[in-house]
Design a protein. Structure first.
Length: 214
């Protein structure tokens, strides 16, 4: 009888421990836009070229560390757009890319108490890292070859909030919005013999987040 009680106790502990961990499947359509800078303030003829509908899809793992507080990590397929425009007295050069990444994130997530029955608000903040897995040129005018080269990695931040609704004891659905600023330039330094100034390009993303947590 004692061993069955111990078995039941350890099974309950394992169930409780697993109950602290949850997974989410998240779909995040959004808008990708750019910030373009140079190291020469007199060279203000560079700018961003358009915005694009992009987004990401992936899975998130949440680990409870304290009541209402979770640490989250996950992996996403991410698509962004980078567009650069150079306007000079001679010609206009435009180039635009779709860039695909494998993104890993590390977040701190905070939940409020229930604002209504089975409904909570969440806030999340953290950092992201991404590896470029593919890119394609979607626009190239004024030149036969792109004037820039792209870095194979990216570091970014993430700020988000939303509403989560429990549909059962262990399953919930959520919807929110997040802002993901790029913290590292996606552009590599130009060749030393280039007449262009040093360019810095950041591809930011604003998304609507929809998913299920279980």
């Amino acid at each position: 009888m004692k061993k069955y009680c111990l078995l039941l106790f350890f099974a309950a502990m394992a169930t409780y421990s697993f109950g602290q961990d949850q997974f989410s499947i998240k779909v995040s359509p959004g808008v990708s836009y750019n910030r373009i800078y140079t190291d020469n303030p007199n060279k203000n003829d560079f700018g961003s070229e358009g915005i694009g509908l992009r987004g990401k899809l992936g899975i998130v793992y949440d680990r409870l560390i304290k009541e209402h507080y979770y640490v989250s990590t996950g992996a996403f397929f991410l698509a962004k757009q980078l567009g650069i425009k150079h306007v000079s007295s001679e010609k206009i050069i435009k180039e635009q890319y779709e860039i695909q990444y494998l993104q890993i994130l590390l977040l701190l997530k905070l939940y409020t108490s229930e604002i209504t029955l089975d409904t909570k608000i969440y806030f999340e903040i953290g950092i992201t890292g991404a590896l470029k897995i593919n890119r394609r040129i979607t626009k190239l005018t004024g030149e036969d070859q792109p004037m820039t080269k792209l870095r194979w990695w990216e570091i970014g931040g993430l700020f988000g909030c939303g509403v989560e609704y429990d549909i059962s004891l262990f399953t919930s659905i959520f919807a929110g919005i997040s802002y993901q600023p790029a913290l590292s330039s996606i552009l590599l330094p130009q060749d030393s013999n280039s007449n262009l100034p040093k360019l810095f390009g950041y591809a930011d993303l604003v998304t609507v987040d929809i998913g299920i947590r279980f």
